[in-house]
Design a protein around this ligand. Structure first.
Ligand code: SAM
Ligand code: SF4
Length: 321
């Protein structure tokens, strides 16, 4: 479907849960349990499938599952199998912290997952435990290997640039791409939810990282994402940069987001949400298609974060990134 600014909207990101098995300091508040969405408000599989079917009817071809942590949603593999059978859905990606991937990679691939993005902000086990409030780095590294073995490639590794925390590791991440066929993607820290209430990490713009690595060769924009990609000479992998703040990519935005409690967020950086539950409750597939199509009409031309717009109230674990 083409929106009123001429953008083709073909990508739906679905948050299947706001729960997580980690507590990253820039994403979730420490007392993350206290403000979780009540279980009875979380969309059922039937509701998610109805929305995915409606999405396919308005021209969505790509779905990405996210969370919280999507792999902790019970029977997620079954949900993916059902989703991949929907006519018109050509790609199903997952954004995961990778902790459960070693166990699940093969099943995910069989169920129809085509791509996996794994979040990893540090290669140091102690720092990993600190930033995730208790996570075990070795599980994520095993998850990355399992994903490679299952053929969930190309593997993208998402690294949030956190000034004063991992800025001493950027070169190590970039060097990793010489021998490993992975795409390391640096993501600028966004002032959303927990990150906005001051965990004290400095903002590092992607341009600073690019400038301090002059050997990176630009490859241009990634057709499948909002990243701009680079490569070290002769490297097997690539390095991508996602610059939501310093260089917003709203003109190429092809996406809508569905929260786990059934709200469409037409723009990540806006508090506007459109509730899909009334249409779901009516039980008419055409009504769901209509509600979804109308939500696309709410996409704004570009976000106003750099112009002092109101802070985003939802924590990132309730949006999904
Ligand atoms: N749990 C999964 C994971 O960590 O990949 C999926 C959900 S997580 C919210 C999705 C992505 O959002 C992760 O790559 C995470 O690093 C990123 N993220 C969370 N809070 C962020 C923030 N304040 N600024 C930038 N990226 C953020
Ligand atoms: Fe969980 Fe992902 Fe948020 Fe970390 S970034 S707390 S893994 S949802």
């Amino acid at each position: 479907m083409i929106d009123k600014f001429g953008r083709e909207i073909n990508y739906l990101r679905i948050s299947v849960t706001d729960r997580c098995n980690l507590r990253c300091k820039y994403c979730m508040p420490e007392e993350g349990f206290s403000n979780l969405i009540p279980h009875d408000e979380i969309l059922s599989f039937e509701e998610i499938i109805s929305l995915a079917e409606a999405a396919a009817k308005i021209g969505i071809t790509k779905i990405r599952l996210t969370g919280g942590e999507p792999l902790i949603r019970r029977n997620i593999v079954e949900l993916i199998s059902r989703m991949s059978a929907i006519e018109g859905i050509k790609e199903i990606g997952i954004t995961t912290n990778g902790v459960l991937l070693a166990k699940m990679a093969e099943d995910l691939k069989k169920a129809g997952v085509t791509r996996v993005n794994i979040s990893l902000d540090t290669l140091d086990p102690d720092k990993y435990r600190e930033i995730t409030r208790g996570g075990d780095l070795s599980k994520v590294l095993a998850g990355i290997e399992a994903a490679k073995k299952a053929g969930l490639t190309p593997i993208k590794i998402n690294c949030v640039a956190l000034g004063g925390f991992n800025d001493d590791e950027f070169s190590k991440f970039i060097e990793m791409t010489r021998e490993e066929d992975v795409i390391i993607r640096f993501i600028e820290l966004m002032p959303i939810g927990a990150a906005d209430v001051g965990e004290g990490y400095g903002f590092v713009s992607n341009q600073e990282i690019i400038d301090s690595h002059p050997d990176l060769i630009p490859l241009g924009e990634d057709k499948n994402s909002v990243a701009v990609n680079y490569k070290l000479p002769g490297a097997k992998g690539e390095v991508g940069f996602i610059s939501a703040l310093s260089n917003h990519f709203c003109a190429q935005c092809n996406k809508i987001r569905l929260t786990s409690d059934g709200k469409i967020k037409p723009c990540l950086h806006s508090n506007e949400e459109i509730d899909m539950k009334p249409a779901l409750a009516e039980g008419s597939p055409d009504g769901v298609v209509k509600a979804l199509a109308e939500s696309v009409g709410h996409k704004i031309e570009h976000h106003l974060l750099n112009e002092g717009a109101a802070p985003i109230e939802r924590d990132m674990n309730k949006i999904g990134g």
